[in-house]
Design a protein around this ligand. Structure first.
Ligand code: MSP
Length: 656
């Protein structure tokens, strides 16, 4: 019999920027569901990818002085690489610039056009450039974009429209009937509230003269599709729509679209009406999660507080990051990120509760049984309670999974970790070990503690695949039972007596106060709030006008964005005597910089040097290589000396 299928998607991420915590959040969540479903025996299709068309991407490419396709080819890799580092087990990665996708978008457009669902009309409205969206007068909030609060422009042009409005009543009823589940329920109510207002038709095109970087409409090549119309279709493209009927019929409809709360309307209104109009079945569930703030502030580039998942992985490891994201905040609510909170979780939940349970159990098996797993000898109420608790937790976990209550799932698993720690405490193996008579009882206790750890490893596997594997290996399990079905967690007794354990390094070393301080110093970039304040203060100070043309005002100097950077990589540019290509970490990001210092520095000696980078210099190309900034150096005759620092400095700090 064919397995039940499960199809889960993440939004496809814009490649106008580097991946951040918000992107990692949805993708890790989708990974956890996928891994659980695979454990439960489902045939899983987990899709993620990148959204590569549109004005923002075009502008980002322009800023970097590269062609949009080149920009996308580079930037999409940052997402792919991050998912690999985070152990994300996606089955496909779709890019909207791929032929397979463009072809389906054009087909869908043609089908809708032929059905009379798309028409051309003139349109005048308020356009938000950063969000690439038109708004009506009544949508505006204090004359600005209702979504991002930024300035909007009045634009009139001819465009193509999808007859979305005519589906308003149908969609209202459909959502109310719960044939599609929109979670959490407050978000469902928001959508229904949105549908209480008149639903207009949807502008789906942009004239080519205004936007080049898009998919041309098949029925009018002077226009390209509007970002959302292009992007949403990725979910059916990847499943095989119009290409591979067998695959499409197997996977579609999607079981879960995971999205952030900001893109719920596009998914539950645009997407559902589009599917209805084409005649494609609708997805089963849409889940809108909350947003992360950072120390109480919105995460934003201008505040210099964007949390880069790669840096978190470097310092804390992928599994600790995955755990924190899912444990700290109930999925669906907004949450706040801070390194302190993350370190707290590592020390308490991971090192103390889980890590200690593993360590003490393995240490005792080593000490009392020379590292060989003993055969249990009978049981009593304590074992029966532990086994019942395990069964109850497994049941709870499976139930909570249906509504994606990740943080509650982890609370349940930790309840079982606590129960196992208590089981050991009450059984007191250290006392049992004192008398030969109690040898049988000691064997039972150690065996059951190991078995509880096996259960914990399987339940934790979707959240922390690497560490769960590690627990599994350390408790002497050799075959790959972690990827086995959930059923194996329901059968007590999987641990094998007579087998050796493999004690190794601590699962999650504690982060002590010294290390914590060091880490916090290193990771916390200077808050832009401060530097903004300073710039404003500087502006207030009038340093008078200088008659000397060589003098600059403090305002002019403040335009320079000088940052502390560390050279991470250096490579001599072939065929150039002077140039070295550097990768410079400036805290929030890594820049590629080409510097003319090869006559005085070898590539090797540059690695690790702290330098000053002009961070807001327009990118330039030197021997065909893009340079995103300039390093400061003193020159005297032939001698070049890089400017640096006498004392420890934090990467990314502003140099003034
Ligand atoms: N390209 C569109 C999605 C098209 S899907 C057919 C898009 N891309 S995005 O890169 O801007 O955002 C992707 C996701 O990141 C969204 O779900 C958004 O909610 C999420 N997040 C962006 N910032 C976030 C936080 N600060 N916190 C949590 N998630 C956040 O929108």
């Amino acid at each position: 019999m064919q397995n039940k299928k499960f199809y889960v998607t993440t939004p496809i991420y814009y490649v106008n920027d580097l991946p951040h915590l918000g992107h990692a959040y949805t993708t890790v969540a989708a990974d956890i569901i996928s891994r659980f479903k695979r454990l439960q025996g489902y045939d899983v299709f987990f899709l993620t990818g990148t959204d590569e068309h549109g004005q923002k991407v075009e502008q980002a490419a322009q800023k970097r002085n590269v062609a949009p396709q080149e920009h996308c080819d580079e930037l999409h890799l940052r997402f792919k690489e991050l998912w690999k580092r985070l152990n994300v087990s996606n089955n496909d990665f779709i890019r909207t610039t791929e032929e397979r996708h463009k072809e389906i978008v054009r087909q869908v457009l043609q089908v809708l056009f032929d059905k009379g669902e798309i028409y051309k009309d003139s349109y005048e409205g308020w356009y938000c450039l950063p969000d690439e969206r038109f708004w009506t007068e009544k949508d505006l909030v204090k004359g600005n974009c209702p979504e991002c609060g930024r300035k909007v422009d009045r634009i009139k042009e001819y465009n193509y429209f999808f007859k979305m409005g005519k589906y308003q009543n149908w969609l209202n009823e459909y959502i109310k009937s719960n044939e599609i589940v929109i979670l959490p329920s407050n978000r469902r109510n928001e959508v229904l509230g949105f549908l209480n207002k008149e639903l207009g038709d949807l502008c789906i095109s942009r004239p080519k003269e205004r936007l080049k970087w898009g998919i041309p409409l098949p029925f009018d090549e002077d226009y390209v599709t509007y970002v959302w119309f292009d992007a949403l279709i990725n979910y059916i493209t990847a499943a095989g729509y119009h290409k591979d009927e067998k695959s499409f019929n197997h996977w579609w409809p999607a079981d879960f679209h995971l999205v952030g709360k900001d893109i719920l309307t596009t998914h539950s209104v645009y997407w559902l009406t589009m599917l209805k109009a084409v005649g494609i079945p609708l997805p089963e569930n849409i889940f809108a999660h909350g947003w992360w703030t950072v120390n109480g502030q919105k995460m934003s580039k201008s505040l210099l507080n964007v949390v880069e998942p790669n840096r978190l992985i470097n310092e804390y490891g992928a599994d600790a990051v995955r755990y924190f994201l899912m444990r700290e905040v109930p999925f669906g609510l907004d949450g706040d990120f801070s390194h302190e909170a993350l370190i707290g979780r590592i020390n308490t939940d991971l090192a103390n509760n889980l890590g200690n349970l593993l360590n003490r159990t393995l240490n005792m098996v080593q000490r009392y049984f020379n590292g060989t797993i003993p055969e249990p000898v009978g049981d009593n109420d304590m074992e029966r309670d532990l086994i019942n608790k395990a069964a109850q937790i497994v049941q709870e976990v499976e139930k909570l999974l249906e509504c994606l209550e990740f943080s509650k799932i982890l609370v349940s698993i930790w309840e079982f970790i606590d129960a196992t720690n208590k089981y050991i405490d009450s059984s007191a193996p250290w006392n049992l070990a004192k008398s030969e008579e109690m040898r049988g009882r000691l064997s039972t206790v150690m065996y059951n503690a190991l078995e509880a750890l096996r259960t914990i490893a399987i339940l934790l596997y979707p959240f922390m695949p690497e560490k769960a594997d590690e627990i599994h290996r350390q408790i002497g399990m050799t075959e790959d039972s972690l990827s086995q079905e959930m059923d194996s967690v329901k059968k007590w007794g999987g641990v094998k007596a007579g087998v050796s354990i493999n004690r190794s390094e601590q699962l999650f070393p504690r982060i002590d106060d010294d290390r914590k301080e060091e880490l916090l110093k290193k990771l916390k970039g200077e808050s832009m709030e401060e530097s903004k304040k300073e710039t404003q203060e500087n502006k207030k100070e009038d340093h008078g006008s200088s008659a000397d043309l060589n003098m600059i005002s403090i305002d002019e100097f403040a335009k320079l964005d000088l940052r502390v950077g560390e050279i991470k990589e250096a490579e001599k540019v072939e065929k150039s005597k002077r140039l070295i290509k550097l990768k410079v970490n400036i805290g929030v990001e890594t820049r590629q910089v080409v510097a003319g210092i090869a006559t005085c520095y070898s590539a090797d000696e540059l690695i690790g040097k702290k330098i000053i980078l002009v961070a807001n210099l327009k990118p330039a190309r030197l021997m065909g290589i893009e340079s995103q900034g300039m390093v400061l150096a003193a020159t005297s005759g032939d001698k070049i000396t890089l400017a640096g620092f006498q004392d420890e400095v934090t990467l990314g700090s502003r140099v003034k």
